[in-house]
Design a protein around this ligand. Structure first.
Ligand SMILES: Cc1cc2nc3c(=O)[nH]c(=O)nc-3n(C[C@H](O)[C@H](O)[C@H](O)COP(=O)(O)OP(=O)(O)OC[C@H]3O[C@@H](n4cnc5c(N)ncnc54)[C@H](O)[C@@H]3O)c2cc1C
Length: 442
């Protein structure tokens, strides 16, 4: 198995092939994003098996390669990436709105990291064939997006590392009409501003919308010059809640359980978690109707609250030079207003499907909003056994949360999985040693 990139003609083969230019492939991994990379890394570490990794992008890292330039991880670098290689230098941020908390890698840093993993670890192993700029067409067929040529890879198992179906604004046109004379861009375009706009309308209440608002405020845009379209308000995770209090993850969990013990209803439970400091909300007067695992620090929250022109009239339908039309009403605009489309549904709440399904593995989260940890653990589980029923019993999918109740559902499902893993000595040991396991103290 060559260590190089590409080479579509010589790659194909049937399992067990022995002729010149052929090789024995165990896994065809579709998607070199965070999940495909974390899964492949665990297989390489725990077995002697071989992998072909196919991706339509020119470099590994998935959505990170297309995200807005000022994106950063929402969680500590120390628990992101692949298990075998550290990301970041383990420092505590000393400046900015994340001050006092573990560093958050920038998008560029994440992409450079995945490039290093591929170039310095995976390919030199001699057990990985990487096909960037290649589209998986199904049934083992792969087409080069450069030459248009196709090949077939006959692997023992196909690993679908695309199931999360992540969408970031730069991947698509705005999902609403933009009339002549109006300007609407993805947040990626903000870094190319040259002072031509005097008002900004940020469309979307998710993490991308928050990041865009914070970026504008951080570049001295007056809060009064920003309008924020928030069809739904969210409960937000208080990033570094445990760290800020100087307590362990286990102590934080016990504290949360204690805070919830006397809750009379789900609304009451959320109020209690807010009071406890685990959850935050943008507007104390508005009851959130979504929970998507977005996280902020109290310093970021204070900044975001400076924006008072909040539009809660549902989704945007049309943008005109003089007005913004939404499902529930119209808001005036001017031709010099810049609309920033942050409405992409980054991670959808997709239906669960069994992860281990014969020849196909469909990578999904097995802990709430911990995709790379999940994929790494799934690689470990895959390496352990050939029995799909046994593996599926250990790996029940935990769909991405959407509505507030999902916070409890997904938390509960995640802890149920943890209890199952802890009964298997090899998984228990893996969890205790894994750098991606942010709950090592449990
Ligand atoms: C803005 C943003 C910030 C985030 N921040 C964090 C964070 O801080 N911490 C955290 O844990 N999670 C975070 N996430 C969640 C994130 O989804 C996961 O961490 C992880 O990156 C998901 O990786 P993935 O491999 O599932 O998806 P992707 O990154 O989308 O990778 C899928 C890959 O599959 C490829 N592909 C798809 N179809 C085909 C095909 N037919 N043929 C070939 N290739 C194909 C794509 O080209 C892509 O490279 C964030 C998500 C977003 C959108």
């Amino acid at each position: 198995l060559g260590a190089g990139i590409g080479g579509h003609e010589d790659i194909v083969v049937e399992t067990g092939g022995t002729g010149p230019g052929s090789f024995d492939i165990d896994y065809l991994v579709v998607g070199a994003g965070g999940m495909g990379m974390a899964f492949a890394d665990s297989i390489l570490t725990a077995t002697t098996r071989t992998l072909a990794i196919v991706d339509r992008y020119h470099q590994p890292g998935g959505h990170w390669t297309l995200d807005y330039p000022f994106v950063r991880l929402h969680q500590a670098s120390s628990v992101y990436g692949v298990n075998s290689r550290r990301l970041g230098s383990g420092v505590i941020d000393r400046v900015g709105w994340n001050r006092g908390l573990p560093e958050l890698a920038s998008g560029a840093e994440v992409c450079a990291y995945y490039d290093q993993v591929m170039q310095q670890d995976f390919l030199p192993s001699g057990r990985v064939r990487y096909l960037p700029m290649s589209e998986y067409l199904g049934a083992g067929h792969v087409g080069s997006l450069v030459t248009g040529r196709e090949c077939t890879i006959d692997a023992r198992r196909v690993v679908d590392a695309t199931y999360m179906d992540i969408e970031v604004p730069a991947m698509r046109a705005p999902p609403f009409a933009v009339a002549d004379g109006a300007t609407c861009v993805a947040p990626n375009a903000l870094v190319r501003l040259r002072g031509q706009h005097d008002r900004f309308v940020v469309i979307g209440a998710g993490k991308t919308g928050m990041d865009s608002c914070l970026w504008l405020l951080g570049h001295d845009v007056e809060p009064s010059a920003i309008t924020w379209v928030r069809p739904r308000d969210a409960w937000l995770s208080n990033r570094g809640f445990a760290l800020a209090q100087g307590i362990s993850g286990a102590q934080a969990l016990l504290g949360q359980v204690g805070a919830l013990a006397d809750a009379q209803s789900f609304d009451d439970a959320f109020e209690r978690l807010q009071h406890h400091g685990r959850l935050l909300r943008l507007d104390p007067a508005v009851t959130p109707t979504m929970y998507r695992s977005a996280s902020v620090t109290p310093a970021e929250l204070a900044q975001l609250r400076r924006i008072t022109a909040v539009v809660r009239l549902g989704h945007v339908r049309e943008i005109h030079a003089d007005r913004l039309e939404l499902a529930g009403g119209t808001v005036p605009a001017t031709p010099t207003t810049l609309h920033v489309d942050c409405s992409a549904d980054g991670l959808k709440r997709r239906p669960s499907t069994p992860i281990f399904g014969g020849r196909t593995l469909t990578l999904q989260s097995v802990r709430m909003s911990q995709q790379v940890f999940s994929a790494a653990l799934l690689g470990q589980i895959e390496a352990m056994s050939d029995d799909d029923a046994e593996k599926n019993a250990l790996a029940r999918p935990v769909p991405h949360p959407d509505v507030p109740l999902d916070f409890f559902r997904a938390t509960l499902d995640g802890y149920r999985n943890l209890l199952r893993w802890q009964e298997v000595p090899s998984l228990h040991a893996w969890l205790a040693a894994s750098r991606l396991n942010g709950r090592r103290s449990l």
